[in-house]
Write a protein that binds this ligand. Structure first.
Ligand code: HEC
Ligand code: HEC
Length: 216
């Protein structure tokens, strides 16, 4: 064999490898795109991610969810009484605005008188949201004072959760007032994990069977 043919053969195999390499990455990209597409269709078709009962994973996820629910950013609007709570120490709201039938306050003390559509700049000013109010009197959705076990059972009970089914519960992770917890206005601490982590734990808890932790 001459030198030339040897190097030609060498070149040939290099080309062959390059072609295989390109093919493989094309297949890889296609598989990835297909996978992504699949995930999207499942979500938009049923809004219910795969359901697989697993009490250990479920309870573990709920323990994370619980730390967010009883953090002041959430619990302050889910009080056991009829007056909202304030501050990182969850003291009773100053000037005692009342829940009222619809959760929006009573007479001259309507929540929206002080709570604007967006946060008011400055310390100790009212946080804002166009929908700022407590749950209504006939569906108080109390978080304050509930044990993990009690709260887990309450959250999935349609008679206590505002008649929410699994789909509505999952969607509630992106509710405007839930998101408000991560945009609390100056001087207030954030919930103990990011919204993405909370949403992941919330959906994991629900889709693995919504188990309640043992105990009271
Ligand atoms: C401004 C007051 C307010 C804040 C702040 C607030 N919520 Fe709520 N929450 C409400 C109201 C009002 C409802 C009832 C509305 C509805 O059911 O759609 C509700 C309902 C819920 C429900 C559905 C009830 C159930 O039993 O399933 C969940 C879950 C919830 N909130 C979680 C949170 C979390 C988590 C946070 C904090 C990140 C939070 N909330 C912060 C007012 C608030
Ligand atoms: C007279 C004005 C006023 C009215 C009416 C009012 N608030 Fe407030 N609210 C405030 C102010 C000011 C703050 C901030 C206090 C601070 O940070 O020290 C606040 C804070 C809060 C907080 C604490 C938020 C957090 O993340 O800790 C909640 C919850 C709350 N209000 C709910 C309500 C609800 C529900 C209503 C109606 C039933 C209402 N408020 C009516 C002025 C008002």
């Amino acid at each position: 064999m001459t030198r030339q043919t040897k190097s030609k053969r060498y070149l040939h195999s290099v080309k062959a490898f390059a072609v295989i390499g390109v093919l493989l990455s094309v297949i890889g990209v296609m598989a990835f795109a297909l996978d992504n597409g699949k995930e999207k269709t499942v979500e938009s078709e049923s809004s219910l991610p795969a359901f697989k009962k697993d009490s250990i994973t479920s309870v573990k996820a709920f323990k994370q969810v619980y730390t967010v629910l009883i953090s002041p950013r959430c619990m302050n609007c889910h009080p056991s009484g009829n007056i909202p709570l304030q501050g990182d120490d969850s003291h009773l709201h100053e000037m005692s605005p009342q829940r009222g039938t619809d959760g929006k306050g009573v007479y001259a003390m309507k929540c929206s008188n002080c709570h604007q559509p967006t946060n008011t700049p400055g310390l100790h000013t009212p946080p804002g949201n166009p929908n700022w109010h407590l749950p209504p009197a006939d569906m108080k959705m109390v978080f304050q004072g509930r044990t993990p076990s009690q709260l887990a059972k309450q959250l999935i009970d349609p008679k206590q959760n505002g008649h929410k089914d699994m789909k509505k519960l999952i969607e509630h992770a992106d509710d405007g007032l839930v998101l408000a917890g991560w945009n609390p206005g100056e001087g207030r601490t954030l919930p103990p994990m990011s919204h993405a982590e909370f949403k992941k734990a919330w959906i994991t808890w629900l889709t693995t069977g919504a188990y309640a932790p043992k105990g009271k």
